[in-house]
Design a protein around this ligand. Structure first.
Ligand SMILES: *[C@@H]1O[C@H](CO)[C@@H](O)[C@H](O)[C@H]1NC(C)=O
Ligand SMILES: *[C@@H]1O[C@H](CO)[C@@H](O)[C@H](O)[C@H]1NC(C)=O
Length: 236
């Protein structure tokens, strides 16, 4: 065979391999751009805004206090009743006395930088999601004066930054989780006016909590005298 033909054939196959590589890279780039465009990949993700929007979708808001919660904005930091830190992470939700009704959602436990969750004085109902125990920076959990039912999640004992825990005037049942006595920074706890049972723990951070914080729970006995009264007394 002609040697110039061989050389040019080899040249051609090298070129076509190169061409194929270029096409492959180009296709991959186009694919990434397209995926970003349709939002399959998180380009500038707004997961905290999505979480708060999901919470809003489950609520009745007759006073329109959540009107500014627009999920199409880059983040929720300009929404009313939401505060962010300098890194645009949500640190406060202030929705006390806002006539809101409906449930909390487990996804609220993903707001890692949240320090203040102020939801007192509404008509919020359902259970307190155990996932709130994931809020490691939470300083204040104010859910008092609502319609919450079910038991107090033991996972709230994981809230190592918590100083204020006010769950009073709801419809909470069951025992007071012992895990709460391990929150060393706890300054104020109020779980009065619920339907709690069992005894009042008096150890750990509960040592200096006044009895007033537990009153008006008709099935609650205490303060706990270690060993002499069953922890589950009154819990049928
Ligand atoms: C709770 O709901 C009831 C009945 O819908 C209403 O009368 C009451 O004003 C609401 N309370 C608050 C604090 O929004
Ligand atoms: C006691 O708690 C119940 C509900 O748990 C509430 O309706 C009532 O107002 C409370 N009473 C006082 C004196 O706080």
């Amino acid at each position: 065979m002609d040697s110039t033909f061989l050389t040019s054939a080899r040249e051609m196959s090298k070129n076509s391999a190169q061409f194929a590589r270029i096409v492959a890279v180009f296709t991959a780039e186009v694919l990434v751009v397209v995926l970003l465009g349709v939002g399959v990949l998180p380009a500038s993700c707004n997961s905290e805004g999505d979480t708060l929007h999901l919470f809003r979708m489950g609520l009745k808001d007759p006073a329109n206090v959540l009107q500014s919660w627009d999920p199409t904005l880059v983040n929720p930091c300009t929404w009313f009743h939401v505060t962010c830190n300098e890194k645009q992470a949500v640190t406060r939700i202030d929705l006390g006395n806002s006539h809101l009704a409906g449930p909390l959602i487990p996804e609220l436990g993903t707001l890692k930088h949240l320090q203040f969750l102020e939801l007192y004085g509404n008509n919020l109902s359902g259970r307190i999601p155990p996932e709130l125990g994931n809020l490691e920076n939470l300083i204040s959990l104010d859910l008092y004066n609502n319609q919450f039912s079910g038991s107090i999640p033991g996972s709230l004992g994981d809230l190592k930054s918590l100083r204020f825990l006010r769950l009073n005037n709801n419809r909470l049942t069951g025992r007071i989780p012992r895990s709460l006595t391990g929150i060393s920074k706890l300054k104020v706890i109020d779980i009065s006016s619920n339907d709690l049972c069992g005894t009042i723990p008096m150890s750990g951070s509960f040592e200096h909590i006044p009895v007033k914080s537990f009153e008006n729970n008709s099935r609650l006995n205490g303060p706990e005298l270690l060993g002499s009264v069953s922890y589950t007394l009154g819990c049928a």
